[in-house]
Write a protein that binds this ligand. Structure first.
Ligand code: TXE
Length: 497
């Protein structure tokens, strides 16, 4: 059995650890070798309904929204401290559950700690505004209040990180919540909830449900008892959630991934550009919403660029995330690998040229895990599905451009709009290009970095709303205008006769 931080019972409802009412369980599999690493409780719809009711009561009558901000901040900082104390255990759990390398897991945990500290700091700064109405008797204020009960639904690729981007601002804002991690990678969120419990956050404020979206999704998203749904995951699920939300006019924040262009101009520094494209496409085996899996490279350097990229891709050391020699781990599951393999078959059928990868590694030590080789397709065209759809695997497509206008047109030719990269030695050209790209984050001569203080989210079908930064807190707040007349007098609009 894995660390005691994730041992059953695994549902956390109204401040108590409980088993699922129906007695259901789910085996959690290590994608590095196919072994079962934990058996956890699997909720029914009834558990989710109870969790929403607990969050509702904690919000409506439990006093949490009225808690002084300094008290909420103290909880956030305490959680950050506890995360620091359990850093090693959490990183290990994340690697065993997701397959990512331990190095990546440590970066994730440190980022999780940062996000709790960031929102602790931001919460105390306040965003209330005084309006000058021109009448000294009137005090006009716009204040921020918690939006209410939140359903927080996270995916499997960055389980703890993406859930923390939701829980930290929701707590800071004074909301109550029901968190549902992906059923594929739930363990680190169970561990986080143990720490939230240990930090003494009052019962009902944070609740945890484990289950598939199909089983409990509607209890969390198709209900008037939830005020905000914050979802990160696939576009198809995002559509379902948005439809459910529309029924009740529930607020939604959606992060639905991307198909992110990485534009390399002829004047870009060659070696650092190759390195950035490699990392942007193959880190975490491409299972990154902002992965730069669409290379758009100037025709004059394209052949040399693809040759060097291919050499580097073939050298990537694939293996179990727990092995320090591994540079990237397996895909999250056999089921997900099958989806990636189908995209490879599609790319070939569409006429792209498979340059490297496209298959499972031969290494006999890797046969039990869901590994897949870094894959590069050349001769890609903008209309190909392999260029337009999110494969969420280690598949890089290559397109060539002749001038900047064409590069921008290709970079914007996507239904998504989460992230993009540009590399050029010319700052003015770089500035023109980053301003022309319609994506939520654009890196100039860098790729993949973010900070909790800057907004994260997408244009187009990448979603609605922003996480992180001040906007990431504002998602969990309502604004209220308070008009206070300190010298009430007869207005005289209607004659008194
Ligand atoms: O996502 P799902 P999956 C993309 C990626 C991937 C595809 C599918 O292309 O191949 O999405 O991944 C919960 N009501 N991204 O299957 O199904 C589910 O239980 C409520 C992009 O994992 O969208 C999980 O907790 N919830 C992405 C979460 O939604 C529902 C990251 C995500 O699952 C639900 C991961 C329902 N009806 C995959 N159905 C990104 N944006 O970063 C499912 N869920």
């Amino acid at each position: 059995m894995l660390d005691e931080l994730c041992s059953p019972p695994n549902l956390y409802i109204d401040g108590k650890w409980v088993h699922a009412v129906g007695g259901g369980t789910r085996d959690i599999v290590n994608p590095a070798d196919g072994t079962v690493i934990a058996t956890i409780d699997e909720a029914d719809r009834a558990d989710a309904v109870t969790a929403v009711a607990a969050a509702r009561a904690a919000f409506d009558t439990g006093g949490w929204p009225q808690t002084p901000v300094t008290e909420r901040v103290a909880y956030l900082l305490r959680i950050a401290d506890l995360l620091g104390e359990e850093r090693d255990a959490l990183a290990r759990i994340e690697t065993l559950d997701t397959g990512k390398t331990l190095r990546e897991s440590y970066i994730d945990i440190d980022d999780v700690i940062s996000v709790f500290r960031y929102y602790a700091n931001l919460a105390v700064t306040g965003a209330d505004r005084l309006i000058d109405t021109g009448n000294p008797a009137i005090i006009s204020r716009v204040v921020r209040e918690p939006v209410g009960v939140c359903a927080l639904i996270a995916p499997w690729n960055y389980p703890l990180l993406q859930m923390s981007w939701k829980i930290a601002p929701a707590l800071a804002a004074g909301c109550t919540m029901v968190a549902k991690p992906s059923e594929v990678t739930p363990l680190s969120t169970i561990a986080l909830m143990r720490l939230i419990d240990r930090a003494g956050v009052p019962p009902g404020v944070v609740n945890l449900i484990q289950s598939s979206g199909g089983t409990v999704g509607s209890a969390l998203t198709d209900t008037p008892d939830v005020d905000l749904i914050s979802f990160t995951g696939g576009a198809a699920t995002g559509e379902t959630i948005a439809r459910n939300a529309a029924t009740h006019i529930t607020k939604v924040a959606l992060e639905l991934g991307g198909k992110n262009p990485h534009i390399i101009c002829a004047d870009a520094d060659f070696d650092s550009a190759v390195d950035a494209v490699l990392t942007g496409a193959f880190l975490h085996s491409g299972q990154v919403c902002s992965a730069g899996t669409r290379l758009i490279v100037h025709e004059s350097i394209a052949d040399d660029f693809v040759t060097e990229l291919t050499r580097r891709a073939r050298n990537i050391r694939i293996g179990p995330g727990m092995d320090e020699a591994s540079e990237t781990g397996p895909l999250v599951s056999g089921q997900h690998r099958a989806k990636v393999e189908a995209y490879v078959a599609l790319g070939i059928a569409e006429g792209a040229t498979l340059i490297t990868g496209g298959s499972r590694p031969d290494d006999k030590h890797l046969q039990a895990g869901s590994y897949f080789l870094p894959t590069i397709f050349d001769d890609c065209r903008r209309w190909m599905r392999i260029v337009q759809e999110e494969t969420f695997g280690p598949i890089l497509t290559v397109e060539r451009f002749t001038d900047d206008a064409e590069a921008i047109a290709l970079g914007n030719d996507t239904a998504y709009g989460l992230a993009a990269g540009v590399r050029t030695a010319d700052p003015a050209r770089g500035e023109r290009m980053v301003r022309a790209l319609r994506h939520g984050t654009v890196w100039l001569n860098d790729f993949g970095y973010y900070t909790p203080a800057a907004e994260w989210g997408g244009f187009g079908r990448s979603g609605i709303g922003r996480e992180l930064g001040p906007s990431g807190l504002a998602e969990y707040q309502e604004t209220k205008h308070i008009w206070h007349n300190t010298a009430p007098a007869v207005g005289g609009w209607f004659a008194d006769n």
